[in-house]
Design a protein around this ligand. Structure first.
Ligand SMILES: [Zn+2]
Length: 245
């Protein structure tokens, strides 16, 4: 299994999601492209190149230049959107779903049902403008009761444990982590739960207790001797461009 960690610009959110705070942190925005036996899978779509809505600009202060958008970077790797067998959106923030319109030729695009339902709520318009995803082609997936994850809810996409979507709420209502397994080893794409396993910092939290549980679970996975890496979408340290296992 080969993972390409693709950086699509930066965001500069206010610290701890407090809108009145003037202090900002700068984080890279990552998507992940996975080459595996089941095909070509893209996790998240990065920031859009198109002009941001005013309130989003205020909240995230995104930075993205021509050539840094997901399609340009797929092209550099020799791929086009129609080559993608699956696109997984881990949550509907503009830096995860922003490029959704540009990868509509992918064979399948999936968004968590709870995330989609609750993201229609008014208070999310600040950072989840519907214009980036609502009128696009996608299917919903439903987590189900399992023994995996902080909520015991996950979905084994190919029923072989190679790609599992794990319900890890806290950052948003249904943020999903992607657990990859191959040859007895695992890598966790931890989405927007924390920016680092060590610091436990997060960009924004809608529910402290869920956030704490999700973070505890990420730490548990990181401590597993078979876990080779944790890749957050906004890491405090740069991610390796390619990781194979
Ligand atoms: Zn987010």
């Amino acid at each position: 299994m080969k993972i390409y960690n693709i950086q699509c610009g930066y965001v500069n959110p206010v610290v701890s999601g407090k809108l009145l705070s003037k202090k900002r942190n700068r984080y890279p925005v990552y998507c992940h492209l996975i080459e595996c036996k089941k095909g070509l899978i893209l996790v998240n779509t990065g920031l859009p190149l198109e002009v941001m809505q005013k309130y989003l600009d205020k909240y995230l202060q995104p930075e993205i230049r021509k050539g840094e958008d997901i399609v340009s970077q797929l092209n550099k790797l020799g791929y086009k959107p129609s080559d993608l067998d699956l696109v997984i959106i881990t949550h509907l923030d503009a830096d995860a779903a922003g490029g959704l319109k540009t990868v509509q030729d992918a064979k399948k695009i999936i968004i968590g049902d709870l995330e989609e339902y609750w993201s229609c709520r008014k208070q999310f318009k600040m950072y989840q403008p519907q214009c980036f995803w609502y009128y696009t082609k996608y299917e919903k997936y439903f987590h189900k009761g399992t023994t995996l994850g902080p909520q015991n809810h996950s979905i084994d996409l190919f029923e072989d444990e190679s790609v599992q979507l794990v319900m890890t709420p806290g950052h948003t209502f249904d943020t999903t982590a992607v657990l990859l397994q191959n040859n007895g080893k695992k890598v966790l794409l931890s989405s927007d739960i924390v920016t680092s396993v060590e610091t436990g910092n997060s960009i924004r939290t809608y529910h402290e207790e869920y956030q704490r549980r999700s973070y505890e679970w990420v730490k548990e996975v990181a401590a597993d001797k078979d876990c080779l890496a944790i890749f957050p979408m906004h890491p405090e340290e740069k991610l390796p461009e390619v990781f194979e296992f």
